[in-house]
Write a protein that binds this ligand. Structure first.
Ligand SMILES: NC(=O)c1ccc[n+]([C@@H]2O[C@H](COP(=O)([O-])OP(=O)(O)OC[C@H]3O[C@@H](n4cnc5c(N)ncnc54)[C@H](OP(=O)(O)O)[C@@H]3O)[C@@H](O)[C@H]2O)c1
Length: 319
């Protein structure tokens, strides 16, 4: 089976490529920057040029493809609105996939998007889900809450760097998940008929508030954090302000997620049925404690090695 992975340089997309290659799939990666994607080629994937904002580049990338795994989303740093990537290009992708007789289309949405259609990115996700459901294509949609990997830049790095960790007082408990586990479900779905034309919520083992994550990072790193709380109304003001400028529309759309904090979202999700359909045992799913423990032990070991090297260099300098 030949897969086209879109968004393959991203946090989730690269794990999907890794898992697919490990499982023996032929993998083509739809990329807009070959240099940035060189590591995927080293892993054994084929690179094909495509840019989601240049719609004409899409159809040719589907030649010889059996299934599409779309893990793309607009980058906050890109100078255009998310609509172009997260809606317009997806509509074209879905049309082209139908013409190319693609056998399965895998899409990643956001948990509970239908209840938050006032949040622009959630609204785009719902519209693509509907487009896919009404397309006659065989699809599988995964609704996700948040990734372990995102917590590194948000909490672990600032704590290690003794920088401020920004959070709000209104901290929702979120069942973050490892992208390696999401990739496992996505690739497994290709060989399980019961996952066809269905939507699955993928949640991690436990839910975590930002204060609990900070406490865990402090314990594992042995460092005390400097917490700075930002009032919700400041985020709301920033959202309105960033909406004025085209260069900051993507930032404004991300800040719209503060609405979820005000409404105190609840994520009480049982994964038992999903594990059973995908023949995955709960023990195969990574926990946040384990993920962060591995991260900090690796980083602290590296820091110790560097400090030893610097000590040796200064001994040589002084010799
Ligand atoms: N992150 C989360 O916590 C979270 C939560 C729920 C759902 N999701 C969903 O999960 C999926 C993966 O998210 P992620 O966080 O892994 O994304 P990410 O790290 O931000 O990666 C985005 C990917 O999309 C690609 N992309 C963006 N614009 C493009 C364009 N014009 N042409 C071609 N490729 C383009 C990027 O390529 P470049 O490297 O070239 O920029 C990158 O590979 C998305 O559908 C997202 O909405 C994520």
């Amino acid at each position: 089976m030949s897969l086209l992975v879109i968004g393959s340089t991203g946090t989730l997309g690269r794990q999907v490529v890794r898992k697919a290659l490990d499982e023996g799939f032929q993998v083509k990666c739809f990329v807009r920057n070959f240099r940035k994607a060189a590591f995927l080629k080293e892993w054994g994937a084929e690179l094909i040029y495509g840019d989601l904002k240049v719609l004409q580049t899409i159809p040719v990338t589907l030649y010889g493809i059996t299934a599409i795994i779309d893990a793309s989303t607009a980058r906050v740093s890109d100078f255009y609105t998310a609509n172009r990537i997260d809606l317009d290009s997806k509509k074209i992708l879905i049309k082209a996939a139908k013409l190319a007789k693609i056998k399965r289309y895998i899409f990643f949405s956001i948990f509970d998007a239908r209840n938050y259609s006032n949040i622009p990115l959630m609204n785009l996700k719902v519209r693509v889900e509907e487009e896919l459901i009404n397309s006659d294509l065989d699809y599988t949609i995964f609704s996700l809450c948040g990734f372990f990997q995102g917590l590194i830049s948000q909490y672990a790095l600032p704590i290690l760097d003794q920088q401020s960790v920004w959070t709000t007082k209104e901290s929702t408990s979120i069942p973050y998940i490892d992208t390696q586990d999401v990739a496992k479900f996505a690739i497994r779905s290709l060989s399980i008929q019961a996952t066809k034309n269905r939507t699955f919520i993928l949640a991690g083992k436990d839910s975590w508030t930002s204060f609990e994550i900070i406490e865990l990072c402090e314990k594992l790193s042995g460092q005390k954090s400097r917490i700075s709380t930002i009032p919700i109304f400041t985020l709301q003001f920033m959202r309105k302000f960033t909406k004025f400028f085209q260069w900051s529309w993507n930032i404004s759309e991300r800040l719209a997620f503060t609405n979820m904090l005000i409404e105190k979202q609840s994520f009480d999700i049982s994964m038992d049925e999903v594990y059973s359909i995908f023949h995955i045992n709960a023990s195969e799913i990574n926990s946040l404690e384990n993920y962060l423990e591995e991260y900090f032990s690796r980083i602290l070991k590296k820091m110790k090695e560097l400090s030893e090297q610097n000590k040796n260099i200064s001994y040589i300098d002084n010799f």
